[in-house]
Design a protein around this ligand. Sequence first.
Ligand code: HEC
Length: 199
Amino acid sequence: MRAAMTLLLILTISGCTSPGEPGDQNPLAAMTVPRYTETGELLRPNGVETWVFVGASIGLGYREEEDGAQTESGPGLIHNVQMQPEAYAHYARTGEFPEKTMFALTLYRPKRNESIARQGFFSGDFVALEVALKDSERFNDGWAYFDLGKDRASAAAKPSESCHGCHAAHGGDDNVFVQFYPVLRGLSRVSPGSPPAVP
Ligand code: HEC
């Protein structure tokens, strides 16, 4: 009995219950996971700039107070979206976002007419980092949303009605706006027939 318990413990620790192939190391083991403060705030994740880039948009407007895309003379803020490489690989393989998936939405102010640029816009000043995080053990909604601003070290989850409601109602796959991300939309098993992923 005791031997059986020990074996079970070893199997569990060695990752045999992982979603990977039997005998494989758990491919999610190396993933950057969310870290929280003692009061339950999300600590600003490190290294998001190295995560898989899934899409960008410019001046995409859905919240009037945020970037004033409608009123500025420019095109509105540039949005870049990235996710952990391991979460991306899991989604590509299974069509599901694993627990502890994080999306980093980084916002930049558009700039023009600098250096050799005569037309168009490039990413200028960094404005803010927002994070979407799947952690069903911790959050009743499954996903939680955080505004870490320009340099906030940590942030509390936003109330459901501020962020989650729109994501749940309009996100193309499991709260995530895959319909706006070329790298993900062709991989989604929820909305097949959407335009293909990147070649
Ligand atoms: C009215 C709808 C709406 C509300 C409310 C909303 N979002 Fe989003 N969110 C979007 C759309 C559309 C995108 C697509 C990407 C973009 O904006 O560039 C998005 C994308 C994101 C992403 C990238 C990952 C994903 O889920 O697609 C994060 C992170 C994010 N939002 C954070 C927040 C936070 C934090 C709040 C609350 C302060 C919030 N959102 C409220 C519509 C909404």
